[in-house]
Design a protein around this ligand. Structure first.
Ligand SMILES: Nc1ncnc2c1ncn2[C@@H]1O[C@H](COP(=O)(O)OP(=O)(O)OP(=O)(O)O)[C@@H](O)[C@H]1O
Ligand SMILES: [Mg+2]
Length: 479
């Protein structure tokens, strides 16, 4: 069990060829450095199920690997249970990671695969003298570890100082100051261990019985007792994935990190395993961080979801809040299937109505009181260019409404999806209606938008211009 804190965490890959090609803005200034994760800030509470979601290459795995200690943190701080762990080795972070490729040993049975890490691992046991008392002495090993760390930090500070010199940004200066503090801390730690005898430990292997107890426990929880003698080749994908989970569980980690663990499974098995992992989390009550690019997986599993794009957090929220109150157009389009529809419109306030002009010139007046509250500056009586977003299920057929042409109809059984187009509009928008109907491609159809579910985003910034509450009418009265 653990809480985590990420403060201004960056991952910058130094001057790679790819980076030089793709570099833009800030990255370009750093002459071809590639910023894979940018200013990641988040507090994760004990026992949460956090999902990182976003398109390929947005930095999900990189963030996870930094938390695991498999990837160095280029800037910022990572705390696990209030301890700064930037300099703590992966093996000492008490974190278990499950990968997409299960990485099982093919020649070992399920039992031995699960037990493997435990057999390798040594656990501390008090070092005793002849009388049976724990030996207390200067810890030379610890001292040499701290010296190594100091060496590494001293090298880092040279390059950070250069960065600070070169670009003079506040970030670079902050980074340098942070590194200086870490060096001070390490020096203080070194002095402590050089002068203070501490209890000594030796490292011993776990007993066969201890290992067996843990393996049997994990197998019981995962329902794989019968598989323990099988080898990976004889198992299904789902079974292999359970073995990989078991291997992580027996370590009793403070945090579970899972990087797209289900993406090698077929759709049906993926749905089943999704529920299993949620159950496992409920049972273990440990902090889970789960990476996926599948928004449905994110919505169904996470207590909170982090939506990322190009290394930058877009929104951190509960699944329903992400769906109901996306803070920008990217999140709005990413969460929910089918995708939210977007229209480029002009909005203009006229009394207690909001006049909307669509791309093809058709207009509709919306009741301001039925819409979520809009930022004042967009209600000043002038026309403003915005994106209007609405999900297919919140559009109704209405002969008196805005007219569009049907391009395709998909009858899904429980619903019917109509692909419609306004004149001159580039792509279709989707309306999902519960009833079947006789409309045919080419027909003109009238639609009405349910005002309660309308989203508005600034055309330039693509940020939402609405709050989570309703009450434009209260704000402006009936003037
Ligand atoms: N060692 C590296 N050197 C340079 N760039 C890298 C390195 N590792 C990753 N990157 C880049 O950093 C970005 C983020 O990669 P990351 O693996 O975190 O993406 P992701 O969100 O996990 O994507 P996916 O869904 O495809 O797994 C990508 O553009 C990737 O090419
Ligand atoms: Mg990845």
């Amino acid at each position: 069990m653990a809480k985590l804190l990420l403060r201004h965490v960056y991952k910058i890959y130094k001057g790679t060829e790819k980076a030089k090609k793709n570099a833009k803005g800030e990255a370009k200034k750093r002459s071809g450095d590639f910023v894979a994760v940018k200013d990641f800030n988040m507090e994760i509470n004990d026992g949460e199920f956090i999902v990182f979601v976003g398109p390929s290459g947005c930095g999900k795995s990189t963030t996870l690997r930094m938390i695991a200690g498999l990837e160095e943190i280029s800037g910022g701080e990572l705390y696990i249970d209030d301890q700064l762990v930037n300099d703590v080795d992966a093996k000492d972070r008490d974190i278990a990671m499950v990968f997409q490729s299960y990485a099982l040993y093919p020649h070992l049975t399920a039992y031995d695969n699960i037990a493997f890490g435990l057999k390798m691992r040594k656990i501390p046991a008090p070092k005793l003298d002849k009388e049976g008392n724990q030996i207390i002495a200067i810890d030379e090993k610890k001292i040499s570890e701290i010296k190594k760390k100091l060496n590494r930090l001293s090298k880092d500070i040279v390059s950070k100082a250069e960065d600070a010199e070169n670009d003079g940004s506040d970030f670079a200066k902050e980074e340098k100051a942070l590194l200086e503090k870490r060096i001070e801390d390490a020096k203080a730690e070194l002095e402590y261990y050089q002068n203070t005898p501490v209890p000594q430990y030796k490292y011993v292997h776990m007993s066969k019985e201890e290992i067996d107890e843990k393996v049997q426990w994990a197998a019981g929880v995962l329902g794989i007792e019968e598989l323990l003698d099988s080898k990976p080749a004889e198992m299904s994908g789902g079974q292999r994935q359970r073995i990989a989970l078991g291997r992580a569980m027996v370590r009793g980690p403070k945090v579970f990190l899972l990087d797209e663990p289900l993406s090698n499974l077929d759709a049906k098995l993926r749905t089943a395993m999704r529920a299993e992992i949620v159950k496992l989390h409920n049972q273990l009550k440990t902090t889970f961080i789960y990476v996926t690019h599948d928004q449905i997986e994110a919505m169904t599993m996470g207590t909170r979801i982090v939506v990322m794009k190009l290394g930058v957090i877009q929104q951190i929220d509960t699944p329903t809040n992400l769906f109901d109150y996306p803070e920008n157009k990217f999140v709005a389009g990413f969460i929910g299937t089918p995708q939210m529809n977007f229209f480029e419109v002009d909005i203009k306030r006229e009394g207690d109505k909001l006049g909307v002009v669509f791309e093809d010139g058709q207009t509709v007046d919306l009741e301001l009181s039925a819409l979520r509250t809009i930022e004042d500056k967009y209600l000043d009586g002038n026309a403003h260019k915005v994106y209007l977003g609405i999900r297919g299920e919140n559009v109704k057929l209405d002969e008196a409404g805005v007219k569009a042409t049907l391009t395709i109809k998909e009858v899904l059984g429980n619903t019917t999806q109509l692909f419609l187009k306004l004149d001159g509009q580039e792509s279709d928008f989707i309306v999902s209606v519960p009833e079947r109907n006789a409309i045919l491609p080419g027909d003109r159809v009238g639609i009405r938008l349910d005002e309660r579910f309308i989203h508005l985003f600034d055309k330039e910034t693509e940020l939402s211009i609405m709050s989570r509450e309703y009450g434009n009418d209260k704000k402006h009265g009936n003037k």
